[in-house]
Design a protein around this ligand. Structure first.
Ligand SMILES: [Zn+2]
Length: 436
C-alpha cells in the first residue's frame, strides 16, 4: 500500500513537471520560426545560383574560377552548408519536443521540415561530388545524380512551404484532443504576425502605411492598413533591348492605377532609350528605385566603390526626373551591413524581395506559366514583395498576375505608403539572384 502511494505521488510529481501542451506548442512555434528563416535564406541563396553560374563559368576561364574557394558558386555552397548545419540543430530541438502534445499539423510539418533538411543536405553533398566530378574523368554520371537530387528536393520544398503556409494561417477554434478549452488553442504563427505590435500611440508624423521587416522582407501594416497587400517591383530597368517591356508593363498597370517600383540600373542610362524609359515611367507616376550602376555583387566591393555605384544611379535619375530614388535593391540580392548603411546614407530604404520566377528556366519564356506560379506560389503571403524584371515574358503575364492577385483578395502597396524612416533593424542578408 505504501508502495502504491509512493508510485501515485511519483506520477503526480512527474505530471506536474512535464511542460504543458501550450508551452510545448509555443516552443514549437518559436523553433519553427527560426527554421523557416533559415530555409528562406537557403532558398534565397539557391535563387542566386543561376547568376553565379553565368558569372563564374565563363569558357575562357575554364574550371579554375568555378573551383576557386572565393568564387560566387563556392561561397554560395559554403553559406548553404553553414545554414543547413545551423538549421539541423534547430530541427533537433524541434523533434525533441513532446510530439504527443503537438497537433497533427504541427507533427506533419515537423516531419516535412526534417525531410527538407535531409534532402537539402543530400543535394549539397551531391553538388560537392559534382564539383569534384567536373575535374574527374566521368562528369556525366555525377551530373545525372545532381539533377535527380535537385528535382526531388525542389518538389519537397514546395510541399513543405505549402504546408507551412497552410498552418500559418490562423486556425479556426479547433480544439485538439489535448486541450479541453478551445479558446486556449494556440495560434500557430510561422510567419511573423501581420501586425507586429499594435501601436497604441499615433504613429510618427509619416503618412506611412507599411513597414518593411528587414528580416523577412515582408511588409507589415502600420496602424489600420490592410495586411492583404503586396508590393510589385521590376528590376534591371532599362535593358536596351527590353526597355519597351518596362513601358508595356507600366501601361498595363497604369490602366488600373496600380503602383509599383521600377529598379533602375546603370547599364543603359546614358543611352537615349534608357533615358526615355526612365522619364516615361516617372511621368506615368511610378516610383524609381536604385539597382546599382554595374549590376555586380556589391557585398564584395569596397565601400568607396559601393558608394559610387549608388550615387551614379541616383545622380543620373535626379538629372532626368528631378528626384532621387528612395528605394534601393542590391543586384542579386547580395548585400551586407556596409551596403545597407551606404544605401541609408544615400537616402534610400534597402530592400530585397520575397519571391519571383521570371528568370527561372521553367518560366522565362512562358507568360501563362509565369502568371500561374506568381499567383499560386506558396510564397504569396500578406506583405509579400514580388520581384519581376524588364522582360517580355513579364510584360505578357503582368495583366493576369494582377488579376490573379486581386482575385485572391490582395491589393497593391503604393511605394508612397512605405515607411522610410525605418527602425534601422538592418540585417545582413544575402538574397536570390535576379538572373544574369
Ligand atoms: Zn537585377
Amino acid at each position: 500500500m505504501r508502495k502504491l502511494v509512493a508510485l501515485v505521488l511519483m506520477i503526480l510529481f512527474l505530471v506536474s513537471c512535464s511542460p504543458s501542451a501550450e508551452k510545448v506548442s509555443a516552443d514549437w512555434t518559436e523553433r519553427q520560426n527560426e527554421l523557416r528563416e533559415s530555409i528562406n535564406r537557403i532558398e534565397l541563396l539557391k535563387g542566386e545560383l543561376p547568376g553565379a553560374w553565368s558569372g563564374d563559368l565563363l569558357p575562357e576561364d575554364g574550371l579554375e574560377k568555378l573551383m576557386a574557394k572565393d568564387s560566387r558558386i563556392q561561397q554560395n555552397h559554403q553559406q548553404r552548408a553553414d545554414l543547413i548545419k545551423e538549421a539541423s540543430k534547430i530541427a533537433d530541438k524541434l523533434t525533441a519536443l513532446d510530439r504527443e502534445k503537438l497537433s497533427e499539423d504541427q507533427n506533419r510539418l515537423t516531419d516535412q521540415l526534417v525531410e527538407y533538411l535531409r534532402l537539402e543536405s543530400l543535394g549539397l553533398d551531391q553538388e560537392r561530388a559534382f564539383f569534384n566530378g567536373l575535374v574527374s574523368d566521368e562528369p556525366d554520371e555525377v551530373l545525372g545524380d545532381l539533377f535527380q537530387a535537385v528535382i526531388a528536393n525542389r518538389q519537397l520544398q514546395r510541399d513543405v512551404i505549402a504546408g507551412v503556409v497552410a498552418v500559418s494561417t490562423p486556425l479556426p477554434n479547433e480544439p485538439t484532443e489535448e486541450e479541453a478549452e478551445p479558446t486556449e488553442t494556440p495560434e500557430v504563427e510561422l510567419t511573423p504576425p501581420p501586425v507586429a505590435e499594435t501601436p497604441t500611440e499615433p504613429a510618427p508624423p509619416v503618412a506611412a502605411g507599411y513597414r518593411l521587416n528587414q528580416a523577412t522582407q515582408l511588409f507589415e501594416p502600420l496602424s489600420e492598413s490592410d495586411p492583404m497587400a503586396v508590393l510589385l517591383t521590376f528590376d534591371d530597368v532599362p535593358m536596351t533591348e527590353g526597355a519597351k517591356e518596362s513601358i508595356a508593363i507600366a501601361k498595363t498597370l497604369k490602366e488600373q492605377n496600380i503602383p509599383a517600383i521600377f529598379f533602375v540600373f546603370g547599364n543603359y542610362l546614358h543611352e537615349a532609350i534608357g533615358q526615355e524609359t526612365i522619364i516615361e515611367l516617372h511621368e506615368m507616376g511610378f516610383a524609381l528605385g536604385n539597382h546599382a550602376q554595374t549590376h555586380q555583387d556589391l557585398s564584395a566591393m569596397s565601400e568607396e566603390m559601393v558608394r559610387q555605384e549608388l550615387q551614379f544611379v541616383n545622380d543620373e535619375i535626379e538629372a532626368l526626373v528631378g528626384e532621387r530614388p528612395k528605394f534601393f535593391r542590391p543586384p542579386f540580392g547580395m548585400t551586407n551591413d556596409t551596403v545597407n548603411r551606404i544605401a541609408r546614407e544615400e537616402g534610400m530604404l534597402p530592400m530585397n524581395w520575397t519571391y519571383g520566377y521570371d528568370w527561372e528556366e521553367e518560366y522565362k519564356d512562358d507568360s501563362a506559366a509565369l502568371a500561374q506560379i506568381m499567383v499560386e506560389t506558396p510564397y504569396l503571403t500578406p506583405g509579400a514583395n514580388l520581384l519581376m524584371h524588364d522582360r517580355a515574358v513579364t510584360a505578357g503575364a503582368i495583366g493576369q498576375i494582377v488579376e490573379g492577385l486581386q482575385a485572391k483578395g490582395y491589393h497593391f502597396i503604393d511605394p508612397a505608403e512605405i515607411d522610410l524612416t525605418g527602425q534601422d533593424i538592418i540585417q545582413s542578408q544575402s538574397g536570390a539572384a535576379d538572373h544574369e
